[in-house]
Design a protein around this ligand. Structure first.
Ligand code: GAP
Length: 446
């Protein structure tokens, strides 16, 4: 895929997502609603697994990062201080011929819809969603939906320090919804107006900022690769000075090779002391750190890896999608890492006979407390294997009539389609043996 992205891949994945209940266009009953999407029964599992994989690497396995879940609704004071009210804009142009609107930096002088060069001058379009908190709709009650989760972590910086007694270098991590009134949302869940962000704000002594920037850039690359992105689909691109956000002194994008070409997957930025100093100035509260050991007082610099959970899920889907041949038949298979797959195990009774159903439920009850399982009883076994392959289930457990005699079941591997017979009593151990999680705790990052 790396040299020549398959242009049909995008359509195949979008279609699979819709048909199999991974992602549906939102409000379709009413004709859809402007690039918003609902995560269906399988999509909600996949997205949760992506967020869990991130949280595990960024919080659970580390002793220098704590979590936070800050409010989405926020007062103008936060966004005034952070510079978003002034700077969080995209340049917008109108096509005078067909009246479409575009982001000026995403088109090359001509309207992508009708080809006309008769475009207006670019003007700044503000991306934040504004609403009112309470029943009175006046300026005093204006509130914003957060466009990034980061500000909650800066505003709560002192409270987290006091509560946890952490000292730089340490981080605050957050996963949650963010909202941007994008001029041109699109490419499925790549760019939407409502999406989920996974962000780490890592606070460091100013003279260590460059070292930590390199560290996090490497860590984040390793994470994508560990969970299944292929090395040839991932590259690093540093921002040119004129691309940098208003708060950043240095940013590198981890880019993924989408079916339409290279594009941003995750950003790693050196936000310097911009945000903490801005909030300290606006609030009048000190947001400095006092190092009792050295007697030094300073405002920490911040290194920020920021990844869209929904965009990450899309990259994993694109990367995992495959078609091959099994026993002379074409099949679609999602080669998802078992930790991301919506179901880890599918229990498939060979027939609907009640005696097989009873033992299937017994098998299910053994595995279900530990792994997300599906019990699928309809259609031929071959069709059911195909259906599980299509949604990435790594292990199918088949219960057949022999099971009633020998109390053993067949475990089938998604990728190799190899089957082995194991006793029901040893099934959980067998799944555990296959479900290897190589994650290693990080005790002392350096
Ligand atoms: N706090 C820094 C920040 O928000 P960003 O580059 O604007 O940085 C971070 O966004 C990540 O969020 C992006 O790399 C991308 O993965 C995701 N993202 C940004 N805008 C998005 C959108 N409209 N829809 C889906 N994901 C988006």
């Amino acid at each position: 895929m790396a040299d020549a992205p398959d242009p049909s891949l995008f359509e195949k994945v979008v279609n699979l997502c819709k048909v199999r209940g991974i992602v549906f266009p939102s409000a379709e009953l009413y004709g859809g609603f402007r690039s918003t999407y609902d995560y269906g029964p399988l999509g909600v599992l996949l997205l949760r697994n992506v967020k869990q994989a991130w949280w595990r690497a960024m919080v659970q396995l580390r002793d220098d990062v704590v979590g936070l879940d800050a409010a989405i609704l926020s007062p103008p004071a936060i966004w005034e201080a952070s510079g978003h009210l002034q700077n969080f804009t995209d340049p917008m142009v109108d096509c005078r011929s067909c009246k479409e609107r575009w982001r000026a930096d995403q088109i090359e002088g001509a309207c992508p819809s009708c080809g006309s060069h008769d475009l207006t001058e670019a003007r700044a379009f503000h991306l934040m969603f504004r609403t009112f908190a309470g029943p009175v709709e006046d300026e005093a009650h204006v509130a914003y939906l957060r466009p990034e989760t980061a500000q909650g972590m800066f505003v709560d910086f002192a409270a987290v320090l006091r509560a946890t007694r952490k000292r730089p270098p340490f981080g605050i991590a957050q996963v949650g919804k963010a909202f941007r009134n994008e001029i041109t949302p699109g490419n499925f869940i790549f760019r939407t107006r409502e999406f989920e962000l996974m962000e780490l704000e890592y606070f460091v002594p100013p003279d260590e900022a460059d070292t930590w920037f390199e560290y996090w850039l490497a860590q984040r690359q390793a994470w994508h690769l560990e969970y299944g992105i292929k090395p040839e689909e991932l590259r690093v691109r540093f921002h040119e000075p004129d691309e940098l956000s208003h708060y950043s002194s240095r940013t590198a994008d981890l880019e993924f090779l989408y079916p339409w070409g290279w594009g941003e997957l995750e950003g790693v930025a050196n936000r310097t002391d911009f945000d903490l100093k801005a909030h300290a100035k606006a609030s009048g509260e000190s947001l400095e750190y006092f190092d009792q050991g050295s007697g030094e007082r300073y405002t920490p610099f911040v290194i920020e890896p920021a990844l869209g959970a929904t965009r990450s899920m899309m990259a994993f889907l694109l990367s995992a999608y495959d078609e091959d041949e099994v026993g002379g038949e074409r099949r679609t298979v999602l080669r998802l890492d078992w930790r991301l797959a919506p179901y880890q195990v599918a229990v498939l009774p060979l027939s609907k006979k009640p005696e097989l159903e009873a033992v299937s439920r017994e098998v299910l009850s053994i595995v279900q407390p530990h792994y997300m399982c599906d019990l699928d009883v309809t259609q031929s076994i071959g069709r059911r294997y195909r259906r599980q392959d299509e949604v990435g289930t790594p292990w199918c457990v088949t219960v057949d009539f022999e099971t009633l005699e020998d109390r053993a079941v067949t475990v089938r591997d998604r990728d190799t389609t190899e089957q082995v017979r194991v006793p029901i009593d040893g099934l959980l151990d067998e799944v555990r043996r296959r479900a290897v999680d190589p994650a290693v705790p990080v005790r002392s990052p350096a």
